[in-house]
Design a protein around this ligand. Structure first.
Ligand SMILES: NC(=O)c1ccc[n+]([C@@H]2O[C@H](COP(=O)([O-])OP(=O)(O)OC[C@H]3O[C@@H](n4cnc5c(N)ncnc54)[C@H](O)[C@@H]3O)[C@@H](O)[C@H]2O)c1
Length: 366
């Protein structure tokens, strides 16, 4: 198969769909890989690295799309890319179709095969191609939170690890899923006192088993949240209700109960956030302050660490890319039920029910 890796042209996106290690594996399996010149630069991978792994570098994005059977990328195609996608071409990337009717219609019109990272689902119901980004965001939440606790950026002026003779900072983590556990682990590593809340007792039992004793688990209830926000310096929002908006666990009124300079990092901002006052921010302007509480609500946190994010993402996509290239999409999806869940649009037909539901389309229309 001929596999194409274009440069991401969405604003502020420095990740790339394949690292040189992926090229190496594909070429080893007798496939051809075309990489657009400069595609990996934002992630620290240069043309020479790809060439050494066996790729051919093409000058333009148009050439990559025109000459490839399968496109492997990161973000959903933007309007400029719609016309480049070929009939029958496999496009393997994050699509998030339900959030864009224009994208969905364009991909239907393209008659391509759209396999979405975010809907690939394993037997346990987890989403293996989303997990690494939550891991990145969870760990980064503490790094960012620690920075915004500093006084010059209006934080409480607390050092998370404390020093001998001074108690460490206190971190409250809402949700003990992927984001929450990674955040708790980082905070604990810095020496902070950590309280982690969830409604799922299985998750709390797991955290209690694997974390050191200065990570304390409690059941997530309004009573407990109200109590803890008064005494914690940094609050991490890592709650997810699958397919729904995140619940508002901290309301506007509750901000008044926090101490000035408390920092909230609401990682769940991409699902609306678990704090009523959350609104999405960018890496250029990541924070705002309401009632003396610093809010960090960047919707694409992994974008700030493209090297780590690219490698983490491509580690998990590569096995699927190899299957698709070795067997073709039909056989690969027949054999691998997780991958089959990633099929969203096949040659103009929407095959993922949630998409038609999102736009209230009659099934007959698609
Ligand atoms: N901002 C970013 O850049 C970024 C990056 C990656 C992920 N995310 C988002 O972070 C959020 C969390 O992702 P995840 O992978 O950790 O999800 P996850 O499903 O692994 O974990 C979510 C956890 O929230 C818990 N939960 C549900 N209701 C709760 C409540 N009322 N109180 C406390 N806990 C509750 C669940 O039991 C679960 O353990 C998602 O919205 C995800 O999209 C954002």
């Amino acid at each position: 198969m001929i596999v194409g890796v274009p440069k991401e042209i969405k604003n502020n996106e420095s990740r790339v769909g394949m690292a040189p290690a992926g090229v190496f594996e594909l070429v080893k399996n007798n496939h051809t890989v075309y990489v657009q010149s400069g595609a990996g630069e934002g992630s620290g991978f240069f043309n020479q690295d790809y060439q050494q792994a066996g790729a051919t570098i093409l000058d333009t994005i148009g050439q990559v799309y025109a000459m490839s059977d399968m496109i492997v990328k990161v973000k959903e195609p933007i309007a400029e890319e719609y016309r480049l996608i070929q009939k029958g071409q496999i496009v393997f990337t994050y699509f998030h179709f339900a959030s864009s009717e224009a994208l969905t219609k364009a991909m239907i019109a393209s008659k391509s095969i759209c396999i979405a990272y975010e809907t690939v689902e394993d037997e346990e119901g987890t989403l293996p191609l989303l997990t690494p980004m939550s891991e990145v965001a969870g760990r980064m939440a503490i790094q960012q939170g620690a920075k915004y606790l500093e006084k010059p950026v209006k934080g409480r002026g607390v050092l998370l690890g404390g020093v001998p003779g001074v108690a460490p900072g206190r971190v409250l983590v809402l949700g003990a899923g992927t984001v929450g556990i990674q955040a708790a682990k980082m905070a604990a590593g810095l020496g902070a006192h950590v309280t982690i809340l969830d409604v799922n007792m299985k998750r709390l039992r797991y955290v209690n088993d694997v974390m050191p004793s200065h990570v304390v688990t409690e059941f997530s209830s309004e009573f407990n949240i109200r109590k803890h926000i008064q005494t914690h310096d940094l609050i991490i929002g890592g709650v997810l209700l699958k397919g729904a908006k995140a619940p508002n666990l901290i309301t506007r009124n509750m901000l008044k109960e926090m101490r000035p300079g408390t920092v909230i990092v609401d990682v769940a901002v991409d699902q609306g956030g678990c704090v009523e006052t959350t609104r999405a921010t960018t890496h250029e302007d990541p924070v705002y302050i309401i009632d003396d509480v610093v809010h960090y609500c960047v919707a694409n946190m992994p974008g700030a660490v493209p090297y780590t994010s690219t490698v983490a993402l491509t580690n998990v996509t590569l096995p699927y890319v190899l299957k698709l290239a070795n067997m073709g999409w039909r056989s690969a999806c027949n054999l691998d039920k997780s991958l089959a869940k990633g099929l969203n649009i096949i040659e103009g037909e929407v095959v993922y029910e949630e998409i038609t539901e999102a736009f209230n389309w009659e099934p007959t229309l698609v």
